[in-house]
Design a protein around this ligand. Structure first.
Ligand code: MG
Length: 402
């Protein structure tokens, strides 16, 4: 039995992971679940699965969890605080860690899992964007296996020769074609983008996801972060990745080789496919997804992304080419700007304006060690907050939704 820890178990990827585990009894044992604050959902999972550990980052939520559990889960140890996630990621009973915590807060536990030599399923893209080099180096040193869960990167991984190493470009690879759904505002005119609501931004046409990543999909920043993620994971340059808008979300990405062959991975837009692929790898296990019927799908469309209307993508492409601390600042500013948009303090087009102002002041040079990355992350957040305050009352926030 493979011991699995799910970090971010109450989110959309976390719930999908538990669904795949439930379809494969006898193969996996759920050892740990962890979430940020959602005590009610975590209690439901603990009562059903009776894991060895349950963690909530927020101490008040953890005491709420203890009272919700009562005597219903006698074998479960409830943990809390920032170290709890790292403790779980390194626990000896854990073989495989699903890293599905949204945002930069997932970095330390993902690194801890890599350093402990676990199989790490990377659903959280921010740690790779911030500190991909450090993460891949830690995994290499400890003999950990990194497997991508982001549907595009999982697709690319499936199209690579077996034995490919994280961070090393496989021989004969010419280009990666990274597909993008285009999000809910694909055909919306530029003027209309200024007044879109958080609700509309979170209504993705193909995928069911959390709010932060839904907004990132609507701005196309998600694709920009995925570009950086692809460069880190597969050792390619930003120029070797072509972003292709594919509104049906059936082709999850493609790899082109020097002989002209293009390999693609296709499937229904359901995260349980990449999750099952990585959990079972190198074997295949059932995932519960609806099988693809190409006759029903009918057509597959592809077009170039519009980096003028979707300025976040252009900013991410520039950060991917610049390297160093640029992706760290880009990600930090984006997290703060998206939170402000979701809270009605910034309008949709203001997200790119805030990021641009923060990234402009990025120092040159290499990213450095974890402390330097974390310092740049904090700096980027502080500058983004200042910028949002500075914009209050100006044109950039007009039309924001309180
Ligand atoms: Mg993706």
């Amino acid at each position: 039995m493979i011991g699995v820890a799910v970090l971010g178990s109450t989110g959309s990827v976390g719930e999908s992971t538990l669904d795949v585990l439930a379809r494969n009894p006898g193969r996996f044992r759920l050892v740990a679940v962890a979430a940020h604050t959602n005590a009610a959902s975590l209690a439901r999972q603990v009562l059903k699965w009776q894991p060895r550990y349950a963690a909530l980052a927020d101490p008040r939520a953890a005491s709420q969890l203890r009272s919700l559990l009562g005597s219903g889960a006698p074998g479960t140890q409830v943990l809390t605080g920032p170290e709890a996630l790292e403790q779980i990621a390194q626990a000896p009973e854990v073989d495989c860690v699903m890293a599905a915590i949204v945002g930069a807060v997932g970095l330390s536990s993902t690194l801890a899992a890599a350093r402990a030599g676990k199989r790490v399923l990377l659903a959280n893209k921010e740690p790779l964007v911030m500190a991909g080099g450090l993460l891949i180096e830690a995994a290499r040193a400890a003999g950990a296996t990194l497997l991508p869960i982001d549907s595009e990167h999982n697709a690319i991984f499936q199209c690579l020769p077996s034995g490919s190493q994280a961070g090393v470009v496989p021989a004969g690879l010419r280009r990666i074609l990274l597909t993008a759904s285009g999000g809910p505002f694909l055909d919306l005119p530029a003027e209309a983008l200024e007044s879109v609501t958080p609700q509309a931004a979170c209504r993705h046409p193909n995928w069911v996801m959390g709010r932060k990543i839904s907004v990132d999909s609507a701005t196309l920043m998600n694709k920009g972060l995925e570009l950086i993620e692809a460069c880190e994971l597969f050792g390619v340059t930003a120029q070797q990745v072509q972003i292709v808008v594919h509104p049906q979300s059936i082709v999850h990405s493609l790899v082109e080789y020097i002989d002209g062959s293009v390999l693609a991975q296709l499937g229904a837009p359901d995260m349980r496919t990449p999750i099952a692929h990585a959990l079972g790898w190198p074997e295949r296990i059932p995932s519960g997804v609806e099988f693809l019927d190409l006759l029903k799908t009918g057509r597959l469309d592809f077009r170039a992304p519009d980096t003028v209307r979707f300025r976040c993508l252009a900013l991410a492409q520039a950060a991917a080419s610049a390297g160093g601390l640029h992706p760290v600042l880009l990600n930090a500013a984006n997290e703060v700007a998206v939170a402000a948009f979701l809270e009605g303090r910034l309008n949709f087009t203001g997200i790119a304006a805030v990021i641009e102002a923060v990234v402009e002041q990025c120092p040159a040079g290499a990213a450095g060690d974890l402390q330097q990355v974390q310092a740049a992350d904090a700096e980027g957040r502080a500058r983004a907050r200042e910028r949002i305050l500075g914009l209050t009352g100006s044109a950039a926030v007009r039309g924001a939704h309180a």
